[in-house]
Design a binder for this molecule. Structure first.
Ligand SMILES: Nc1ncnc2c1ncn2[C@@H]1O[C@H](COP(=O)(O)OP(=O)(O)OP(=O)(O)O)[C@@H](O)[C@H]1O
Ligand SMILES: [Mg+2]
Length: 251
């Protein structure tokens, strides 16, 4: 099983969109996938069409040691979701027990998801306890990065943060950068791409996800791009991105 945390402390870069649509792409490619909402905003449920998500989810797992399996829902064939739950934000406020809680997540994931191929954890735009837990529970991180200047400085900071985890890990965290909301005709976006390739060789996944109106429309109808516009360029990009991740294919 590949456990992947989708992280970036910068907001609105496409973390949730990528978790939902890449998750579905992997499921459609024949893999068993679980997506986990670690963001109190709960947008992952919305993206998958659950407009009135259940009260309980990851909050109960992390606050009350409830089994992950008991709050896991089936949303599509081979695609399961663990929703955020109403009290997930409380985890961020806790001052102690951070490591113990990360253990709950790690053990929960190990025990409950034996048969799964991919586990994607959608993280909030912060660097608090929820993200820390996800990074400890993951073997890999996927970092959506938009093609603008501030993304680059943000990414540099994020890489410094990730380095701090290394001494506490059994094995190094594999890191993938994903160009998200990419506007190919924009010079700056291509400059950012070149800089990323220079600084992070063999880390930038091969297929960028373009900025596209259809992607922004998907959450409103609660469908993934494969249900909303199956033949769109965006759908093709997500299928290709799934292959990139499976094959660890970079630019
Ligand atoms: N490729 C895209 N093209 C157009 N719009 C997009 C694309 N990806 C995401 N969006 C839109 O941009 C907004 C932010 O995307 P999303 O919620 O996925 O980002 P996020 O990183 O999860 O945000 P947050 O940091 O708040 O969790 C949403 O309205 C989403 O529909
Ligand atoms: Mg999000």
């Amino acid at each position: 099983m590949r456990r992947i945390a989708v992280i970036n402390q910068k907001g609105g870069v496409g973390k949730t969109t990528i978790t939902a649509n890449l998750g579905h792409a992997l499921a459609l490619a024949g893999h068993r996938v679980t997506v986990i909402d670690l963001d109190p905003q709960g947008h992952l449920s919305t993206c998958l069409g659950i407009f009135r998500p259940p009260q309980h989810g990851m909050d109960e797992v992390l606050l009350n040691e409830v089994d992950i399996a008991s709050v896991t829902m089936v949303t599509r064939e081979s695609l399961m979701l663990v929703p955020a739950g109403n009290r997930l934000a409380d985890v961020e406020q806790m001052h102690d027990g951070g490591a113990a809680r990360a253990r709950l997540l790690i053990d929960g994931l190990k025990d409950q998801f034996e048969g799964q191929d991919f586990l994607l954890m959608d993280c909030p735009p912060s660097s608090g306890l929820l993200v820390t837990n996800a990074i400890f529970a993951a073997d890999e991180v996927l970092i959506p990065t938009s093609g603008d200047y501030l993304s680059l400085t943000g990414l540099a900071n994020l890489m410094v943060t990730l380095k701090k985890f290394e001494p506490y890990r059994e094995k190094p965290l594999e890191q993938w950068i994903e160009l998200s909301r990419f506007i190919n005709r924009r010079r700056l976006a291509n400059e950012v791409k070149e800089k990323l390739l220079k600084h992070f060789p063999n880390r930038v996944l091969a297929t960028p996800i373009s900025e596209a109106a259809v992607m922004a429309e998907c959450p409103g109808v609660g469908r993934t791009i494969f249900e909303y516009r199956r033949t769109s360029r965006s759908a093709k990009e997500f299928s290709a991105l799934a292959e990139d991740l499976i094959e660890k294919r970079c630019m």
